[in-house]
Design a protein around this ligand. Structure first.
Ligand SMILES: O=C(O)CCC(=O)C(=O)O
Length: 296
């Protein structure tokens, strides 16, 4: 893994200053280290009801009219022209700040899509990840899910398996799993945005209500090293380790240790700190005296 140097220039946006590229404007509501550690452990971050009511009402018309197609890898300003619904959505300060903290400034849009669950549709979507097996250790994509309506349990919210994102699977290989302990079904107020690691196991639950349910998803690809992009003032706070050590009901003891190790490796990459560890798990298995001697 490369040892990236953190530069404030890659992490900060100054309104009106395009010398580092014209980034998504933000009033700098960056996440803190504990929130990013929570994302690392859970694989997602919820921003409940942060989209204003007028935009939620507008969204349904925008979805009905159909979204313009976006070629893979298009920079945000080109994918979503100024004033467009999607541009205003990603520029909401809480959304822009969280996205910048995770995927960095100037991400590209991989693709976007409105997922619709019809009333009383009769079946649920199999559990899956939106990825082929993805072995990257120094980059990850962020998926934004936006719910313009209140989602009730009857409407069959999006099923998410917290802490599953680092268990690298191939798309719907997990489809035969019907239920896992600790899975959550997203019920939320209108205007909720969820940001997810691309590897999270999820699926649309069956809509048993009389109301059509929409979820707008945008996948973002990073264009900068994802290193210390958030507000790191609390990097050494105890809350960071607490979040990184969080267990989930579907982990058995040994599985839980494996996931802690996966998180330690990722946190080392995110912070450019090759010494970070929890309970000596990573240090023990990266101790290679023979290799170090032959390099000297
Ligand atoms: O409809 C949903 O709630 C989730 C759908 C989804 O994320 C997908 O099809 O990948």
């Amino acid at each position: 893994m490369e040892n990236y140097q953190w530069s404030p220039n890659t992490a900060h946006y100054f309104p009106g200053d395009c010398s580092y590229g014209c980034r998504m404007p933000t009033t700098r509501q960056l996440l803190n280290s504990a929130q990013v550690a929570r994302f690392v452990a859970h694989g997602f971050l919820r921003l409940d009801g942060i989209v204003p009511r007028e935009m939620n009402e507008e969204a349904l018309g925008v979805f009905a009219a159909g979204l313009p197609s976006v070629p893979y890898g298009t920079p945000v300003p080109k994918a979503f022209p100024d004033g467009s619904f999607a541009r205003r959505l990603v520029e909401l300060p809480a959304v822009a700040g969280a996205l910048e903290s995770l995927v960095g400034p100037d991400p590209t849009v991989d693709h976007h899509f409105v997922h619709t669950r019809e009333p009383r549709e009769g079946s649920a979507q199999p559990l899956h990840a939106d990825a082929v097996i993805d072995l990257r250790s120094d980059a990850f994509d962020v998926q934004l899910m936006y719910y313009p309506q209140e989602v009730t349990a009857e409407m069959g919210g999006t099923l998410i398996v917290p802490g599953s994102h680092l268990r690298r699977t191939n798309e719907s290989d997990t489809g035969r799993y019907q239920n896992l302990r600790g899975q959550t079904r997203l019920t939320c107020p209108a205007g909720t945005v969820v940001l997810l690691h691309h590897g999270i196991w999820h699926g649309g639950r069956r809509n048993d209500s009389d109301t059509v349910r929409h979820m707008y998803k945008i996948r973002f690809n990073p264009t900068v090293p994802q290193v210390r992009l958030w507000d790191t003032a609390d990097l050494d706070a105890p809350a960071v380790r607490e979040e990184l050590g969080h267990g989930f009901p579907w982990y058995e003891q040994a599985t839980g240790r494996l996931e802690i190790l996966n998180r330690v490796r990722w946190w080392r990459a995110l912070t450019s700190d090759p010494t970070f560890d929890i309970e000596y798990w990573a240090t023990r298995i990266t101790n290679r005296p023979t290799a170090q001697r032959s390099e000297a």
